[in-house]
Ligand binder design. Structure first.
Ligand SMILES: [Zn+2]
Length: 423
């Protein structure tokens, strides 16, 4: 089914994307050359082996049904991200592409255990190095700042602990982030193999992050059942990464909706990695979550490795989950509201999205609101329609004022010209 929504023209927000996962095949080739790494001949598909329209940045060759092959590709790519220059190039490449397809706000997940590890010369042990982290962050923020100046795209970062590296390691990462604050690192997360340990094992780490003022985005309910989402909520998550299993427990669904906890939906990633979906997005609960009043956002997870981007995920979502234009706009506004940016930035980005709405969009929002069965969704859509109206009025006044000023200037100029002629 093809959607009628022109998703290419819509503003977009990305909240769930791992920096190492953004590396496109083209970028991987560049990094391999830089570090003299010989990638296997069958690492990426040759031109002609895939649809260039669907995979404009190239396509990795791993078999989508083979989880081990996916992980190997991911690890090989991540292993080539070694220097601040690598991080600068990868961030710049990803964010520029994100902005080019309508990105207005993006958050990237960073793993200090990958980017800031260094062998301590005295002890011979590998440990988190503050100078190395600072150098990496400087390179990453330089890229983000440049893209912001060029395109207006705002970016923030989420430091993440890797679950399968153990509770002690994740706690060390949390302490490290607390002791090395950065203005653009506004969130803390837990990623990695969901089957490794329980959320309670990570309670200390999460407590440290929260006390440091960081908001929590936790991977849960991707491979495991709704109990993992319940635990993540109990430990203070503002957002759930994936949350595919949420509909299995009505109480979890209710909690997510009532507490305004966002589910970061990653359609392509879920289709490939969540075995319960049997490789078919028709089995994905994105529509069910949305209709239950739960805030969702649409994300690539590992844009480069999956051969996707936020834009493609929006197109897929409109088609597969039948989201209308007004619903897509609501999803984007939810993503801004649930982002980890400061209040002022959130307000600004939101207003810019409202400014792009037409009278038709406002009408569609009102119609959606009146048809919505879920009271939380209904109220949110009513608020959207009202806020949109307010911004449109403000814009109209600004335009009228600008017109009046330019008319006044024109009259003044004409008068001055007449005076100089009569002299
Ligand atoms: Zn993820």
């Amino acid at each position: 089914m093809t959607s009628k929504v022109n998703t290419a023209a819509l503003p977009k927000v990305t909240l769930h994307e791992h920096i190492e996962g953004t590396v496109t095949p083209e970028m991987a080739a560049k990094l391999a050359q830089r570090h003299h790494v010989k990638l296997p001949d069958d690492f990426v598909m040759a031109e002609g082996q895939y649809d260039k329209n669907d995979f404009p940045n190239g396509r990795y060759a791993y078999d989508e049904s083979d989880f081990g092959a996916f992980i190997n590709t991911y690890d090989s790519v991540a292993d080539m991200m070694r220097t601040p220059q690598d991080y600068y190039d990868v961030t710049k490449d990803y964010l520029s592409k994100n902005a080019a397809e309508g990105g207005v706000y993006a958050e990237l997940i960073l793993s200090p255990a990958h980017m800031a590890m260094e062998v301590n010369e005295k002890t011979g042990k590998s440990e988190l190095s503050a100078p190395r982290y600072r150098a990496m962050m400087e390179a990453i923020s330089k890229a983000a700042q440049e893209v912001k100046e060029e395109t207006g795209l705002e970016t923030r970062f989420i430091a993440t602990g890797v679950r399968n590296m153990g509770a002690e390691n994740v706690k060390q990462v949390a302490e490290f982030i607390r002791d090395n604050p950065h203005p653009l690192v506004t969130g803390f997360g837990i990623a990695g193999n969901e089957r490794a340990g329980e959320f309670d094992d990570f309670a200390d780490a999460l407590g440290i992050a929260k006390a440091a003022g960081l908001k929590l985005a936790l991977h849960a309910g991707e491979i495991r059942g709704p109990e993992s989402i319940k635990d993540a909520i109990r430990l203070g998550a503002s957002r759930i990464g994936h949350g595919v299993s949420a509909p299995q427990d009505p109480a979890v669904m209710k909690d997510l909706a009532e507490k305004n906890i966002m589910v970061e939906v990653c359609p392509t990633s879920n289709r490939i990695l969540v075995t319960d979906l049997k490789g078919d997005l028709d089995n994905h609960p994105a529509r069910v979550l949305y209709d239950a009043g739960i805030r969702i956002s649409l994300n690539p997870d590992d844009a480069g490795i999956f051969g996707t981007q936020t834009g493609k995920e929006h197109r897929i979502s409109a088609e597969k989950f039948n989201f209308t234009k007004a619903e897509m706009l609501d999803i984007t506004l939810c993503a801004i509201e649930n982002s980890f940016a400061d209040v002022k930035t959130r307000k600004q980005v939101k207003e810019n999205v409202y400014k792009q709405m037409t009278a038709e969009d406002r009408q569609e929002l009102k119609d959606l609101a009146s048809n919505a069965k879920n009271p939380i969704l209904k109220q949110r859509l009513e608020t959207r329609a009202a806020e949109s109206e307010k911004v449109a009025k403000k814009l109209e006044i600004q335009q009228r004022r600008a017109k009046a000023i330019s008319a006044m200037k024109a009259t003044k100029m004409a008068l001055l010209n007449r005076k100089s002629v009569s002299r």
